[in-house]
Structures are given as C-alpha cells and as structure tokens.
Design a protein around this ligand. Sequence first.
Ligand SMILES: Nc1ncnc2c1ncn2[C@@H]1O[C@H](COP(=O)(O)OP(=O)(O)OP(=O)(O)O)[C@@H](O)[C@H]1O
Ligand SMILES: [Mg+2]
Length: 242
Amino acid sequence: MSLEITALDAGYGPVPVLRDVSLQVNANEAVAIVGSNGAGKTTLVRAICGLSTPTSGKICFDGQDITYHAGHLRPKTGIAVVLETRGLFGELTVSDNLRIAEVSGINVARPAGFQHFTLEDVFNLFPVVREKKDTRVELLSGGQQQMVAVARALLLQPRLLILDELTTGLAPKVVQEILLALAALRTRGMSLLIIEQNIKLAATMTDRAYVMSLGKVVYEIGHGGWEQALADDVLTKAYLHG
Ligand SMILES: Nc1ncnc2c1ncn2[C@@H]1O[C@H](COP(=O)(O)OP(=O)(O)OP(=O)(O)O)[C@@H](O)[C@H]1O
Ligand SMILES: [Mg+2]
C-alpha cells in the first residue's frame, strides 16, 4: 500500500484551500495530520476520497493516478474513510448499516494474503457494536455511532483507513477502546491516516505526522520524532497561525 500526494491544490468552487500539499503514507504506517480548525485537514481528506476535485496536483495509490477517479470507486481501490459527519443511516439498525458495507466489500480484489474483515471480526473489535446490532443507529450515543462508523469502514476491506477526528467528544474510556482497536488493525497490516486535534493523542496513535496550517503542510514530524515535537514550540506556532 502506498498513498502519494504531490503538490495538491484544492478548494470549494473558486475558493482555494489546499496549497501545494505533498505527503505520503506507506505500507503498515499510521500517519497523523494535525492542525488548527480551518487548516484544511478535512478538505484534504475529501480530496483523497474523491469527494472534491483538486484543481492541480496528483494523488496516487499504489502507483496508480486516482486524482480524478470518482469517489464511489475509492473502496474498490482500497481506501475507506470515516468522515466527521459519520454518514450512517440513522433509521436503519446497526446490522443493516454494516450489511450495506459488507455487500460493497464482498467483491473487492485484494492482494494475496489480505485478511478480509468479517462481521464477527468487527464485533470482536467493538463488542458494543455487537450488543447494539439490532438497535436503530439514531438511538445510539455519539461514541457508539463512531464505533459503528469504523466497523462499517472496515467491512469495505480497506488497505488504507482514514479517520477524520474520530475521538472528538468521546469519553476517555471510549477513546481507549478505539485506541486498542486501531492497534489491532495495525497488526493486520492496515495503514492509517488519522486526523486528530489532540496532538498528545495523535502521538500515541501514529508513527509520524504532518502539521497543517492555512492549507499548507508547514511541518513534518518524522519516525520517532513525536517526543521532540511535543516539546518543540514549532507545533504550537503552527497552531497559533491557524
Ligand atoms: N463546503 C465548504 N464550502 C466553502 N468553504 C469551505 C467548505 N468547507 C470548508 N471550507 C473552508 O475551507 C477551509 C478549511 O476547512 P477544513 O474543513 O478543511 O478545515 P479542518 O482543518 O478540517 O478544520 P476542523 O479542525 O475545524 O475540522 C476553511 O477556511 C473553511 O471555511
Ligand atoms: Mg475537519
């Protein structure tokens, strides 16, 4: 698995947001994108997922140029996302929400050795999702819905899972549960791109990071660089400028 973004510009209609963004996520990596409100993190996620069209630059997945591929093809490519707006069907049960993804994920071609996720796998990762499987999603708490959203993304059989602010507003205990689940995913060889406001949490979840401000990548935290970065005021400055 490799995701390579080169010199990407993207925005909303005539309003530019991302400017010259380049980054990579490699096989078995967990990478964070951090930055203040409005820095452009979600805009970047939307571009990676084909939900917005870049104005220039390139997005490659496993060497294939997917910049202008339609968003609905991303799961087939191997990319799944949990957006800030979770996009679940509230009036359907948890099981029905999961089944929709399961069907979409059934026929995707994956490399030899790829461990497909079953319903049982996602129930084991998130026991509360099993407990609530017959409940309508709109009756679940925010944290429970977030777990359903991750479970659903996993049933699309992604090789890269993108999580946009998954932990926002969750109780510490639920955050811990999610951290454990993410650690389990990494042992299966899945790559993660995690958008996270809480940099301490980002540091525990990922190997390295990109810091965004005003639509640009302004700082990079390399492998093993989190500790230094947390002590470093470059990060604080990037946030203050955001
Ligand atoms: N639908 C939209 N139409 C026009 N402008 C938008 C839209 N969504 C976001 N923007 C603008 O794009 C910029 C970047 O927003 P974006 O949502 O990517 O930031 P973010 O880093 O994800 O912030 P947050 O941490 O608050 O989620 C902001 O200036 C915002 O006003
Ligand atoms: Mg956002």
